[in-house]
Design a protein around this ligand. Structure first.
Ligand SMILES: *Cc1c(COP(=O)(O)O)cnc(C)c1O
Length: 394
């Protein structure tokens, strides 16, 4: 089955009991057992038919063996790290989601796990960081907010050669754009609160494993830890996923149009977009991505105030998050990455004047007009910060 067809007919596409083309929301905590141990479902933490539907669907979409749904992307990540033990060492991408960094830095380290942070685009650095205690390489591609792209197949090969796992957070791409398991990765996970849900109305996380043995382990942990996705949210998520391809095609086309515009906008000094042929990661992105994603980050010319710019947009919504139908814009230094100490943030290349845009599916003419109007307002001299530098609160 092709990907677009799987969205509708993959997993469990209709209710086995009634044939309903929309899976019912099974609001039940427990299930009648005709004979002890013979029932399909026992207790909704361990398994619920609505959750099973979305779990089988994501497993199909990522081409894995087993899928698991969690109450959030963060719960999914925590459950995956629960595969490991005190003393285990990990290589982690230097640009991972802030919440993942927080989980590692303030929670997992307390349980005796150790981490080496590496720019995973540098394959030699990845290999050099492996020690006898290393159990996994964990990364995101494209990264947030600089949209750096790591060669997934190359990292998966390094992991395999050293007998360790490769784990990818595929949130920024979605399985429409990129399928890491097909490139040799062991575990793929998502914050389904973004592109998979797609409608800014559900918080959820998903995990898919490459093989049954790993699937059994994650299934055990999902039940043992209990951070499961509830039936209502499971239904919302599988409903959102049905239109993933339709949405992604619109997202990707709009992003190309906005890139073309920003590329010629004199008030923009730098663009971060894997689909930019001048981007050093362009060839790898082209090789492993179907389209280049719908996130684009850019910096304004020195002295222009990014806060003024984002606050006066009318169509594009000033908000954290991404992957929504609506275009969302934010300033990482003040918002999503505000908790990172300024010095660390700057060292990682995230400047005060950086703007991150999650391109939505509005008519591109409205998006372009909104941006153009924003730049026109900035051209008024009173919108230049007097000392020529934008001061961050972070
Ligand atoms: C949002 C996000 C998460 C966390 O997911 P939640 O659903 O908010 O818990 C993890 N990784 C990435 C890349 C994200 O964007």
């Amino acid at each position: 089955m092709e990907f677009d067809t799987k969205l509708l007919h993959g997993g469990i596409s209709e209710d086995p009991a009634t044939g309903a083309t929309s899976i019912p929301i099974y609001m039940a905590s427990t299930f009648h057992q005709n004979k002890i141990g013979e029932s399909q479902y026992e207790y909704s933490r361990s398994g619920n038919p609505t959750r099973t539907a979305v779990e089988k669907l994501i497993a199909d979409l990522e081409n894995g063996t087993d899928g698991f749904a969690f109450a959030s992307g963060s719960a999914a990540i925590d459950t995956v790290f629960s595969l490991f033990s005190a003393g285990d060492h990990f290589i982690v991408g230097n640009d991972v989601y802030g919440g993942t960094f927080r989980l590692i830095d303030t929670v997992l380290k307390r349980f005796g796990m150790t981490f080496t942070v590496v720019d995973t685009r540098d394959l030699q650095a990845v290999e050099a960081a492996i020690t006898p205690a290393t159990k996994a390489i964990y990364l995101e591609t494209p990264t947030n907010p600089l949209l750096r792209v790591t060669d997934i197949e190359a990292v998966a090969t390094i992991a395999k050669d050293h007998g360790i796992l490769s784990i990818i957070d595929n949130t920024f791409a979605s399985p429409y754009v990129q399928r890491p398991l097909e490139l040799g990765v062991d575990i793929v996970l998502h914050s389904a609160s973004k592109y998979l849900g797609g409608h800014s109305d559900v918080i959820a996380g998903l995990v898919v494993t490459k093989d049954k043995a790993l699937g059994e382990k994650i299934g055990y942990l999902q039940n043992a830890i209990g951070g499961i996705l509830a039936p209502q949210e499971s239904w919302l998520l599988q409903r959102g996923i049905k239109t993933l391809s339709l949405r992604m095609r619109a997202h990707l086309a709009n992003t190309q149009a906005i890139f073309a515009y920003l590329n010629h906008e004199p008030l923009v000094s730098k663009i971060y977009y894997p689909g930019d042929p001048n981007n050093p990661d362009y060839e790898i992105a082209k090789k492993q991505m179907n389209g280049f994603g719908a996130m684009i980050s850019f910096e304004l010319q020195p002295g222009l105030d990014p806060q003024k710019f984002v606050e006066q947009l009318h169509v594009i919504t000033l908000a954290e998050s991404l992957g929504a139908l609506e275009s969302l814009i934010e300033i990482p230094a003040l918002m999503t990455h505000g908790a990172i100490p300024r010095e660390t943030r700057l060292k990682n290349g995230i400047k005060d004047e950086l703007i991150r845009l999650s391109v939505g599916v509005e008519d591109k003419r409205d998006l372009l007009t909104d941006l153009q109007d924003g730049f026109r307002v900035l051209q008024g001299s009173d919108h230049y910060v007097s000392n020529g530098a934008f001061n961050s609160k972070a």
